[in-house]
Design a binder for this molecule. Structure first.
Ligand code: AMP
Length: 282
């Protein structure tokens, strides 16, 4: 496994692979790797000749009062995990390498997909995400790029950017990996103390409630939203940023669930903000 921190070196590695007609899969991450990231890597390993993982805590997607400085950084462990999974290339650029002096560009996805929900709670977040993801695509020229359904809206934003800007990459969604009690794996779970960790289960309880109602035939978005909120509010440590049912493709609000929908949650447990979702597929 090669570990490189320079864009020129990644390009060299990728060019060598492509000259042998090898397919390239990219898994973009911010490190502090866990089972969720590893599911993306496994999928890439199964589908591509060359698997590249990028590890970059991207400052431009964090708001001024967010957790950029204290975001967990576990580089040595991350590399061991990648090596064990058969990753070929780890790209771990510095902030200066990605944002050279004078850098002054941004990719902005507009509309409900990027401007609602996370876009509203975290202004500028998706501009940072879209910009860094397009840079990573341009640096690694992947045939396939793997993204978790855990960050549902992020996946939608990346897909929209790829479609609108004709980026020649196939975006592959990967199912959310959960802890045995249902909590979606996340690097931010490391912030939770024991009490908060228990309280955090409420997100998956709320999603389970939505799935049960839907399976029992409920098609009224408002009724499902109300029940989801009721479950979340039953947990004293939980503060809800949003809990909504939206169209799974456009993220527009809906009244009746006539096609695929998604329940999207953002909930603060103490100081830790967690997101999760469940797709409701008729
Ligand atoms: P992050 O390092 O949090 O930026 O995540 C990097 C990639 O891993 C993103 O595409 C995430 O959606 C994905 N990911 C994070 N957590 C999970 C999970 N629990 N299951 C599946 N994918 C995940």
């Amino acid at each position: 496994m090669r570990i490189v921190d320079r864009i020129a070196d990644v390009r060299g590695e990728i060019a060598a692979a492509k000259s042998l007609r090898k397919s390239v899969g990219l898994v973009p991450t911010m490190g502090a790797l866990h089972g969720g990231h590893m599911a993306l890597v496994s999928r890439a390993r199964a589908e591509c000749d060359v698997v590249a993982v990028s590890i970059f805590v991207n400052p431009t997607q964090f708001g001024p009062h967010e957790d950029y400085d204290r975001y967990p950084r576990t580089f040595d462990r991350d590399c061991r995990m990648c090596s064990e999974k058969g990753v070929d290339l780890v790209f771990v650029p510095s902030v200066d390498e990605m944002y050279r002096k004078g850098f002054d560009c941004a990719v902005e996805v507009r509309g409900v997909i990027a401007e609602s929900l996370e876009g509203e709670c975290r202004p500028g977040h998706f501009r940072g995400v879209a910009t860094v993801v397009l840079k990573l695509f341009n640096i690694t020229a992947p045939d396939y790029a793997y993204f978790g359904l855990k960050d549902y809206q992020q996946l939608s934003v990346v897909r929209k950017m790829v479609e609108d800007l004709n980026v020649p990459v196939r975006v592959v969604p990967v199912e959310t990996v959960r802890e045995p009690d249902g909590l979606a794996m996340s690097s931010r779970n490391a912030y939770l103390n024991e009490t908060e960790r228990k309280a955090a289960r409420v997100l998956s309880f709320a999603l389970d409630a939505a799935v049960s109602m839907f399976s029992a035939g409920e098609r009224n978005a408002q009724a499902i939203e109300s029940e989801v909120k009721r479950v979340l509010e039953s947990e004293p440590l939980a503060a809800v940023d949003y809990a909504v049912v939206r169209d799974a493709e456009t993220l527009e609000t809906i009244r009746k669930l006539e096609r695929a929908a998604v329940v999207l949650l953002a909930v603060r447990i103490g100081k830790t903000r967690l997101i999760d979702n469940a797709v409701l597929q008729p």
